[in-house]
Design a protein around this ligand. Structure first.
Ligand code: UDX
Length: 435
């Protein structure tokens, strides 16, 4: 099928390359000429495992084209909208990119074609866009098909997702939309992927409520970590024990620095803003606590660092291992790790920071941190070690070797990812999160 993808960020670039991988002919559009030039040359503009390979394959097969010219989308049967909806100044989602993308796209859409939203949007957006599209191009149909990809697993999550959700209008237009999307995802459906057909607002809500639930699960375990810390309990053992209950499940119960990234933090804030607009703000009051618990983790680590350094971090050498919001990503948007590194710097510490992939993205936001290009360089003569992103490279550090490099053997394991016994046995004062 001939498909267009509007927006070539984390979502759109992966979606476009994945659609080509599934055998479709793809036109990918972005307003940023530099990004388009890089993608056309097979150079992924961000770190995402598997993306360079499927991008190269798509380019070699001739099934993908990157352009800044919207006119090139003409003739695509399905147009995917995959632009960002960042957090606006009030906490509500900033819809500028969605609105400008749809305005640029609409003149090139014809009757019988489908505009398929993938971006995370406030509930009600699809109905508004559908009305506009209907007026401009009678016979074109707007549907919503939210994306649930996790960074680091984006390619796998796009090609073999847990589920497909189609938000469609009622009547024949909806049935045609289901047929078109079934054709897009034929390979995925043949693997047995569950597919749910719902109305437009349900599809929009599925996405934000899934993220709100995940955020709540993480903050729940971090709240337990706060209690475990004062009660002398171990939150990791607690998570293992409650996780054996199938109704609870062990996933997303890792206590630590909490959630960051380009999705969970802004999505829970935008969801609250939208609920308030709809007059049901109270329904999501609990998300304010979820957010607050999450942000307290960062403050907690800074306080702990200060305590371990004898009351003040000023003048101390601090090794920060990890800056990305999670491993296997170079994304530092709302990253707890980068936030903590920046706070320690602000308090007067000499911060030596290293991330296997995110040094360059972090440096754009906090150029004043001192970035080094290995864990070993960061650790040299450190008064305190903080492991803030659970990259495998850090999990597998040999504490016996590290102890010889640092000035003082004290470690904060912000992600509970180190072998506590091994680090303690090597002579380290070890502090985990909620243990
Ligand atoms: C998330 C959702 O998982 C995905 O379905 C949605 O489409 C986009 O948002 P992502 O932002 O890539 O994906 O990251 P995710 O793996 O969900 O992790 C989010 C944050 O939560 C990370 O900072 C991670 O470190 C943190 N986290 C996750 C925890 O602190 N504890 C956990 O147990 C799990």
């Amino acid at each position: 099928m001939r498909i267009s993808v509007i927006g070539c960020g984390y979502l759109g670039a992966v979606h476009a390359a994945s659609m080509a991988k599934l055998g479709h002919e793809v036109v990918a559009v972005d307003v940023d000429p530099v990004k388009i030039e890089r993608l056309a040359a097979g150079d992924a503009p961000f770190f995402e495992p598997g993306l360079p390979e499927i991008l190269a394959e798509a380019i070699a097969s001739g099934r993908i084209r990157f352009t800044t010219d919207y006119a090139e989308v003409a003739g695509s049967r399905v147009h995917f909208l995959a632009v960002g909806t960042p957090q606006g100044p009030t906490g509500a989602a900033d819809m500028t990119y969605i609105d400008s993308a749809i305005a640029s796209l609409t003149p090139h859409v014809a009757a019988g074609e489908f505009v398929v939203g993938k971006s995370t949007v406030p509930v009600g957006t699809a109905a508004r866009l559908a009305a506009g599209l209907q007026d401009a191009v009678p016979g074109a149909t707007l549907v919503w098909n939210p994306e649930f990809l996790r960074e680091g697993f984006a390619v796998q999550d796009t090609i073999s997702p847990d589920r497909l959700v189609y938000g469609v209008p009622s009547g024949p237009a909806g049935s045609s939309a289901v047929e078109a999307l079934d054709e897009v995802y034929a390979t995925t459906l043949a693997e047995g992927t569950p597919r749910l057909v719902v109305n437009l607002p349900t599809a929009e809500l599925v996405k934000v409520s899934a993220n709100a639930f995940l955020a709540t699960k993480i903050s729940f375990i971090n709240a337990m970590a706060e209690i475990a810390e004062v009660a002398g309990a171990d939150v990791t053992a607690l998570a293992d024990a409650i996780g054996h209950d199938d109704r609870i499940g062990r996933k997303f119960l890792n206590a630590g620095l909490g959630f960051g990234g380009g999705c969970l933090p802004k999505d829970i804030r935008a969801f609250q803003a939208r609920a308030t607009e709809l007059g049901v703000g109270e329904s999501l009051d609990f998300l304010a606590d979820v957010d607050a618990i999450n942000l307290r983790r960062r403050a907690h680590v800074v306080t702990l660092a200060s305590e371990l350094l004898g009351g003040a971090v000023a003048g101390k050498r601090v090794a920060v291992l990890g800056l990305a919001f999670k491993p296997n990503s170079d994304d530092v948007r709302d990253s707890p790790a980068l936030d903590i590194a920046a706070r320690l710097l602000e308090l007067g510490a000499t911060v030596s920071a290293y991330d296997p992939e995110a040094n360059h993205t972090a440096a754009r936001i906090h150029p004043s941190l001192s970035y080094v290009d290995s864990a070993s360089a960061a650790l040299q003569d450190a008064d305190l070690v903080l492991v803030l992103t659970e990259w495998n490279e850090f999990r597998t550090l040999d504490p016996a070797a590290v102890v010889a490099q640092v000035a003082s053997p004290v470690v904060i394991d912000g992600r509970n990812c180190l072998d506590r016994d091994a680090w303690t046995a090597a002579g380290f004062t070890y502090r985990g999160m909620g243990r």
